[in-house]
Design a protein around this ligand. Sequence first.
Ligand code: ATP
Ligand code: MG
Length: 446
Amino acid sequence: MKGGFVNRKERECPEKSKRKRRKRKQALVFCQSANYNNMALSGTKKEREITMNSNSMQIPAHVEQIIHTLNSHGYEAFAVGGCVRDTLLGRKPGDWDITTSARPEQVKALFRRTIDTGIQHGTVTIMMDRTGYEVTTYRIDGEYEDGRHPKQVEFTSDLLEDLRRRDFTINAMAYSHATGIVDAFDGMEDLKARRIRCVGNAMERFTEDALRILRAIRFSAQLDFDIEKETFEAISVIAPNLAKVSKERIQMELTKLLSSDHPEKIREVYETGISTYVSPAFAALDWQNARVSAELPKEKYVRWAAFLRCGNSPETAVRVLRDLKLDNETISRVKTLVTWADVTPAADEAEVRRMMSRMEPEVWDSLMELNGYGAEIRDLVTTIRERGDCLSLKELAVKGQDLIAAGVKPGKEMGAMLHELLEHVLEVPQDNEKETLMKLLADMHR
Ligand code: ATP
Ligand code: MG
């Protein structure tokens, strides 16, 4: 039943709708014929990085295959959104989304392996060699009821309606080899100007879905783009609506922001006045002193630690991360890194070993980075590691079993004895032998 479902506006006013359709068709033709190559030839180096050859963009073979299959059955299909944006910017897209005029059941009928990802929202995932591609039917989002989700969605046969519901102009472009770029909202111009701008009225778009506020700031950090004036102003006004966004989603956006090439843009969360709505503890942070830099490894615990460690107590850091529902491993690692912020051990093997023993090796490496330890300490660390010095209970030559065999009762006291032995081998690493340690223990507890 290709093209058989009727556009909402068409139902309401068929004549007006015809006129609109004609106009849209003109817009499409314009998009296809524009020569974007010329745009790429002038400008600063950064601008030139956007070498947009919109009429022949590279897309993965699987995506091409999906589009081709849909086209050959009479449906429209395009790569859309973030993948088009990233490809035009020379970035590797995280995922490839496809938008189509086919309805979910029609999509499912054409492919062997599909997953019902969100049928009610029109999304089917097509599996190709273990990679999933989300294929979503062109849709119009209905009324937003809770400042976050549309009450219902309506399928449409009009690509431009589908592009119109998207958040930012740079995310509202579609591409296929057959048609080229479809850019009805000047996304290309904004890519070239390195600008985040809402599709349509910014106040309305942020009111519909407050998560877009954080997405705007996150994209500005990931892409090093500026937020256009009207969009920026709307962020501050609609900020209180962030209360309607779940803490997990807020956290995911902030983590992406901090893990980006411009983590320092976290300051925009404060400058726009939205920090209060992230969480009270987050708002009260000493953010002006934060030293989170793009040079640091991108793991989330490192970036969160870098942001939280200056001027904030470990308890405050833990509060913030708990509020945002980060996982326990991340919270524990950040706590360690904040606890040891700016502590530098003396250039002494035993002292370095003691400090190393307080955390996992990976976290220690991050601490060296964050605290900027110099060659003297790094050389000691290399020696300690090359020699295989014992740094944890796991590596101790005496285990709980050995103590039990020697008549010690399992429990608190046994734990304390093992720690005592560990303290000793951190001081004297060559004593990490079972016999030596058992003898030592006997002497200590005679
Ligand atoms: P990335 O995958 O790098 O996080 P993205 O832009 O691809 O960025 P996705 O969450 O994968 O983001 O969404 C894919 C596309 O869906 C977006 O490019 C945008 O067109 C649209 N989209 C996603 N979230 C929203 C939203 N909250 N409001 C409007 N459109 C959205
Ligand atoms: Mg994406």
